[in-house]
Design a protein around this ligand. Structure first.
Ligand SMILES: Nc1ncnc2c1ncn2[C@@H]1O[C@H](COP(=O)(O)OP(=O)(O)OP(=O)(O)O)[C@@H](O)[C@H]1O
Ligand SMILES: [Mg+2]
Length: 358
């Protein structure tokens, strides 16, 4: 368990761990929780185990069927949680007999509950086997994973010397007084050290200094929010859609909006597009928090409705967004919710095969 405050460097460490593991010939499986994505059962497990789809088919039938249904790859009655736990563990240990496996999960605080249970189960049982689990979580935002019995590392802010080094590399021309002010305000937080210089002259910079009680992460979110104000409205709305939709898949976004509006956000370095996967990635989760915080209620409602309309083949997510867009009791949404829960417990036969990879 890797723990630490927002922006302290947990994701950076996980990325380095994944690179090292990959270079050492380990099989790396990655997944991540997401603050605003639909809370869909087993979505983290689906993300993480999707690369093992073929291996799942080779498990003993009872375990194979349990995982197939839990991950949404096929129909069947909802499997018992313990069966899913055992199936996932069997899958990883089987795969690891050929190549050691490391499961790396970021933003554990936002992982869906059933996946958190499975991940905790696995993490507690793999000691001594060629399976490793590394998961990162923000302090202050407790997730659903039971941490008892798991080894923990807390990532501390950079010490004064390291912080000064980072500033001197990133901003070599910063005047001495501004440099000292930056070091004082950022308290060794690498995200603050990188983001503050752009904001210190503006209004957000003043707000940053005024309040001592506000946690650093709130103040960083304010900085990102200030940068949002310079974006054209259609760009802001596109980012809101991407935040709620969660996968970043440009094919899905293209169905809801015109992707030319993406350019200002790319130029402002709030997002980047991974050309190899066709996905949009936010540079930091606090950017997404800022997008939602600076949006209006009606904008959020319309965004959820647009996403629901774009997901006809995914009843669970579709319903989740419809519910999020509903202001009061609504008979038609209630009926959809009931229908979706029914489909979840008895998945319909036409849902065979792997879903769109997420
Ligand atoms: N030791 C370091 N030296 C230089 N830059 C760093 C260091 N650690 C992190 N960074 C940079 O600081 C920024 C924030 O780091 P990162 O996104 O890993 O934080 P985090 O702990 O994952 O935050 P959150 O909880 O909000 O997800 C990134 O741009 C990262 O590249
Ligand atoms: Mg992170």
């Amino acid at each position: 368990m890797v723990r630490g405050e927002p922006g302290v460097g947990k994701s950076a460490l996980l990325a380095a761990a994944a690179d090292l593991a990959g270079a050492a010939g380990l099989r790396v499986l990655r997944g991540s929780g997401s603050e605003f994505e639909a809370d869909v059962s087993y979505s983290l497990l689906n993300q993480t185990l999707l690369p093992l789809y073929t291996e799942i088919q080779r498990l003993p039938p009872a375990l194979r069927d349990a995982l197939t249904v839990a991950l949404g790859f096929g129909p069947g009655p909802a499997p018992a949680a313990l069966l899913v736990c055992n199936a996932a563990l069997a899958l990883l240990t089987t795969v690891a007999r050929k190549t050691p496996v490391v499961v790396i999960v970021d933003d554990l605080q936002w992982v869906d509950r059933p996946s958190a249970v499975v991940l905790g189960f696995i993490a507690r049982r793999v000691a001594g086997s060629p399976v490793g689990v590394i998961a990162a979580s923000r302090t202050g935002t407790e997730g659903l994973l039971d941490r008892r019995g798991l080894a923990e590392v807390t990532v501390e802010p950079l010490d004064t010397e390291a912080a000064a080094q980072l500033v001197d590399v990133r901003f070599p021309t910063l005047p001495a007084r501004a440099r000292q002010r930056l070091l004082d305000l950022a308290q060794g937080n690498p995200l603050a050290l990188s983001e503050l210089p752009a904001a210190l002259d503006g209004e957000a910079g003043h707000r940053f200094e005024e309040s001592d009680v506000d946690p650093l992460s709130n103040r960083l979110q304010t900085i990102f929010a200030a940068r949002m104000a310079d974006l054209p409205d259609p760009t802001r709305l596109l980012l809101l859609l991407a935040t709620f939709e969660g996968s970043g898949d440009l094919r899905i976004l293209r169905g809801m909006t015109d992707l030319v509006h993406l350019a200002p956000a790319e130029r402002a370095q709030l997002v980047r597009v991974d050309d190899s996967t066709g996905r949009l990635r936010f540079r930091h989760p606090l950017i997404q928090s800022a997008i939602v915080a600076t949006s209006a209620y009606e904008e959020r409602r319309q965004a959820h409705l647009a996403i629901a309309a774009a997901l006809p083949g995914d009843p669970e997510r579709r319903t989740w967004h419809l519910v999020a867009a509903t202001a009061g009791p609504d008979e038609s949404v209630a009926a959809e919710l009931e229908h979706a829960s029914h489909r979840l417990s008895i998945r319909s036969p036409e849902q065979k095969g792997p879903p769109e990879s997420r």
